[in-house]
Design a protein around this ligand. Structure first.
Ligand code: ZN
Length: 405
């Protein structure tokens, strides 16, 4: 947090604010050049409201009420999020000159007087000026970078891109257990850079294509939107990478995968002892996700299974998630859940020696081996025949972009 009342700081704000597209930037220059102005910039602290934050920076109560009522026209103040940057310019008597708040990577809120000297405030949501780049990156899982997050970081990119990459292959690779030393990945994607603030991290758009060499297999994904359909990822032949079941019910999370011990931990101890399911070693609190879309049959507690969620899916399947430390909000009998949605957190409730997830799967009322069943389910719809020419064009361009690495 910086609190500045110097002209140098005002000049800094002026240059930063001037980069934002606005027809009235000349007018604002006049406002900022007055010497009785206070500039505060920083990030929103946790556990605060817009009201509390603005009062905390010396704004008069009436002025704060004016800002909030103006902001409400375009933005719900309850959506104020901690750690998001803001910039507040006030006169020394506590009146608002300008308030800016970054809503997300693409847009910001600005509240300012409608005209010089006016008491009427105008609120707008404006696009953040940013440059789109076509980028590509590559990495290897090895002793120096044993997790996907570390491998991506050493390629210079962030966790959001890692998660997006893992989601593309979530039906094919269990990133919690199946990563191997020597695995390699390459991807081509959109990256956004801020034009006004070089100190803000880059953000990511779509991944256009990705390649993953996992344990000797070569997987490729090309983003394509069939006419009249939703965008999806397909292999080179146009087969969908989306699966009826996810590869595993554990969400790919930094705290799980960043440990080198994962590979040697053997989290999957299959049946032998009439064990009707799969145990996944995972820390307490790791998110557990629905392997397929469906309906909650029950969310219950008993001394053996602990907190247990049971889901019903299409084609006669039911999935069971045991020993949870908590249920996710809204997970109760009859609720609808989507594939990949968090339904609870890993725990050790019931008969469990330590934190782990016991995952079971039934088909038409009988227990089946989840790993084999997941593997054998057919994929989603392929690219329609009529769209294959368009798909091949997209594919060839995307794969060319990948091969620059
Ligand atoms: Zn078990």
């Amino acid at each position: 947090m910086t609190r500045l009342v110097s002209l140098a700081a005002l000049a800094a704000c002026l240059s930063a604010c001037a980069a934002a597209p606005s027809a009235d930037s000349g007018t604002r220059a006049d406002i900022f050049l007055t010497p009785d102005t206070t500039l505060v910039q920083g990030v929103v602290p946790s556990n605060t409201t817009l009201d509390g934050m603005l009062r905390g920076h010396g704004m008069a109560a009436a002025a704060v009420a004016g800002v909030i009522s103006a902001a409400r026209q375009v933005f719900d103040p309850r959506r104020l999020r901690s750690s998001q940057p803001f910039r507040l310019v006030t006169s020394l008597d506590g009146a608002l000159r300008q308030f800016e708040y970054e809503i997300d990577a693409a847009s910001f809120l600005r509240v300012a007087p409608a005209a010089i000297g006016s008491d009427n405030l105008r609120a707008e949501v404006l696009p953040i000026p940013r440059t789109l780049e076509q980028a590509s990156a590559a990495g290897t899982i090895d002793e120096d970078t044993p997790s996907l997050f570390q491998a991506m970081a050493s390629a210079g990119e962030g966790a959001e891109l890692t998660i997006a990459l893992a989601q593309i292959f979530a039906g094919e690779i269990d990133f919690n257990t199946e990563l191997q030393p020597g695995d390699r990945f390459t991807l081509a994607y959109d990256r956004y850079r801020r034009q006004d603030r070089a100190d803000r991290p880059v953000t990511y758009g779509d991944i256009h294509a990705a390649e993953f060499q996992n344990d000797g297999r070569l997987l490729r994904a090309i983003r394509f939107t069939p006419p009249g359909g939703q965008p999806g990822y397909f292999d080179e032949q146009g087969r969908s990478l989306r699966r009826f079941f996810l590869r595993s019910p554990l969400k790919f999370e930094p705290r799980i995968t960043s440990r080198y011990s994962l590979r040697r931990m053997h989290p999957v101890l299959q049946t032998a002892r009439a064990h009707r399911g799969v145990d996944y070693g995972a820390p307490t609190g790791a998110p557990v996700v629905a392997v397929s879309s469906g309906t909650v049959v029950s969310a219950t507690y008993d001394d053996t299974n602990g907190r247990m969620v049971r889901l019903r899916h299409a084609s006669g399947y039911q999935s069971y998630y045991l020993h949870l430390s908590a249920f996710a909000a809204g997970v109760r009998a009859g609720a609808r859940v989507e594939q990949g949605q968090t339904i609870g957190l890993v725990g050790s409730t019931g008969l469990a020696t330590g934190p782990h997830l016991h995952y079971g799967l039934q088909k038409n009322g009988g227990w089946v081996d989840p790993l084999r069943e997941h593997r054998n389910m057919p994929p989603g719809d392929p690219v329609p025949a009529a769209a294959m020419d368009a798909f091949r064009d997209t594919r060839d361009r995307a794969l060319a972009q990948l091969s620059y690495n």
